[in-house]
Design a protein around this ligand. Structure first.
Ligand code: IPE
Ligand code: IPE
Ligand code: MG
Length: 237
């Protein structure tokens, strides 16, 4: 890397982990940690925008998170519903908001709000913020396969059309670039079923910081580390 030159990734994905532990350390309920997590999300969006990142995907609720106690799940859905308004009324108002995951099974009011904000922001030209709610990598790959099968039944595609490019177009992230940098906070070194297809060549960055403590300086640390990585994509240098 040339001295201090930051390489800005086009697409950064975040596994926002550690809200519960952050709250527990303060003898507070886990949901307090989730509320502080939203503040960290907003700080991070602002910092990404300043850096010139084009796409940022945030893991908010996994297909596996339904296994949590019902009161935590209900509270999380309530937080998503309440906080969506604040996300697009972001000061420069140029954020494009998108959602990935299976919307079936989410509360109808939340689904309506998601659709509303996607439509409201679709022509914006700034940072695209993608929130993953009821998202699982396996589930997304299965839903894509089902869509492809229907498309084949309707005569639009046939077996010989199936390529990685075509498959990708059926994913929830079909029109978005693959991930360049994946950041997981909270100390666990795993992917937890996030963006399995899209991280094929992502640089992975894990830090111990709990998500509610994440912000601009942590992001810059991650991007600095990313800038030092030698991305070969199978080639030699
Ligand atoms: C991540 O924080 C947020 C969600 C999964 C919704 P956690 O709730 O997993 O926090 P920890 O990992 O228990 O600390
Ligand atoms: C991953 O965190 C999911 C989200 C951040 C939404 P988890 O806390 O659910 O992951 P595991 O269970 O530790 O793998
Ligand atoms: Mg966790």
């Amino acid at each position: 890397m040339a001295s201090q030159e930051l390489q800005i990734p086009k697409h950064v994905a975040f596994i926002m982990d550690g809200n519960g532990r952050w709250a527990k350390k303060r003898f507070m309920p886990r949901t307090y940690g989730h509320r502080k997590g939203v503040k960290a999300l907003k700080r991070t969006i602002r910092a990404l925008d300043e850096l010139g990142v084009e796409y940022a995907t945030f893991y908010a609720f996994s297909t596996e998170n339904w296994k949590r106690p019902a009161d935590e799940v209900t509270e999380l859905m309530k937080i998503f519903d309440e906080q969506l308004d604040g996300l697009v009324q972001y000061e420069n108002e140029n954020i494009r908001l998108r959602f990935i995951g299976d919307r079936d099974g989410l509360p109808q009011t939340l689904r309506d709000k998601m659709k509303h904000y996607e439509e409201l922001s679709e022509n914006r030209t700034g940072l695209t913020v993608i929130i993953a709610i009821n998202y699982g990598g396996h589930d997304e790959l299965c839903r894509a396969a089902k869509k492809m099968l229907l498309s084949a039944k309707d005569g639009f595609i046939s077996e010989s059309d199936i390529t990685p490019e075509l498959y990708k177009s059926f994913l929830d992230t079909g029109d978005m670039p693959n991930v360049d940098l994946m950041i997981r906070t909270g100390g666990e070194i795993r992917i937890s079923n996030f963006l399995l297809w899209q991280i094929a060549y992502a640089e992975l960055y894990f830090c111990d910081t709990l998500w509610p403590d994440f912000g601009k300086s942590e992001l810059i640390k991650a991007v600095t580390e990313y800038s030092r990585r030698d991305r070969r994509f199978g080639r030699i240098k």
